[in-house]
Design a protein around this ligand. Sequence first.
Ligand SMILES: [Fe+2]
Ligand SMILES: [Fe+2]
Ligand SMILES: [Fe+2]
Length: 432
Amino acid sequence: MNRGLVDAADPISERGPQLGASPVSTDTHLDLNEVVLALSDALDLVGVDDVGHGKRVAFMATEVANGLGLPEVARQKLFLAAVLHDCGVSSSRVYRRLAGDLDWAGSPDHCRIGHDMLLSFEPLADLAGIVLHHHDRWRDLASGHAGSEDALLANAVHLADRVDALLAQAPRQDILLSRLEVRDFVEATAGDRFAPELVGAFLEVSEAEAFWLVLEPRHLERFILDEGRTLRARPMAPGELRRLAELFARIVDAKSPWTARHSESVARLAVVLGRLAGLPETVCEKLELAGLLHDLGKLRVPDDVLDKEGLLDAADYAVLAHHTFETWQILRRIRSFSEIAEWAAFHHEAPSGRGYPFRRAGARLDPPARLLAVADVFQALAQARPYREHLAPDAILKVLREMAGSGRLDPRGVDLVSANLGVCWEAATVAA
Ligand SMILES: [Fe+2]
Ligand SMILES: [Fe+2]
Ligand SMILES: [Fe+2]
């Protein structure tokens, strides 16, 4: 049995949620902060069963900034840097090491990767230095960057980050008990690991039980929402949305060596198919974004499942089946993204209604969503997986035809591939 095909259209349950029709989207008034905060939800999935790390770090670091009385501009910068600080981590294995070890020798790698990513996207490039140094000890930072505001902000992220790691390592007990040891640890390392003024502010703001109680997911959500509203508006310039989507596509594709450039290639192929199908250029632009972001939810799939060499079992499939739902939940937070969220999240739906996780069928599955599903299967088959070699174009077409015949892929989309096989192959594999 070819596991890639089952992966693409495995029926999970006969009773999926029925979603109401979404309003037609208009791409106006997009704000960079809104998009960044929504996409940062994807980063928080990397913890798998310990989600929300970036938000917890953002809350604690921001509270410390409040305690220090930092100017509003610095506070907002710290909040965004904290939310994004682990954008260099896609792997659940790496996350476990970072959360489980106070001083893991491999931690500089993710600081460098995150730094380079942010530096490549000009609107967020001012956060790159903070991310680069967020595992540095204060005694090292202070000698090289004396008086630098970024050094202090990086160390504030470090403090909040290590507090969250200590809480993750604490025996299962009430957080109000764990906090005592955590506070002692922070106090004992003042001047060495953490800046003395940060430690002073942390001890002051974390004295109240309420500080620790906010760390529960539902309260954290509220904090992020409230904080997000205070951020200085940053309307997105033309082209920025696509470049930000490309950045997150790279984060997702970095999760497994097997999926390098998968999202980018799916997006490219989906646009090719969209144009061949005669979809308007404005629709193709959205389809490209949906392609880049379609597997955001995969950040919650443990590495062991994605890299497994043998056949997946029922438990693995159950874990995998969450990922498009997670993609949908992340993208629907962005106003004006309703169509993009659906097209991205429906890439494992099937015209027969036996796809997952929404069981969409017929007119409830838009042409762009159908084309994206075809592009996803095509590109996945064009790449090797741990359990099979990559397929040649003719072999891919044969599989697509079988899937169209059994209601798992849109037959018109597969006809377009058939009539343009060379072009599709190139779009799916160039630079892949
Ligand atoms: Fe972290
Ligand atoms: Fe997927
Ligand atoms: Fe995919």
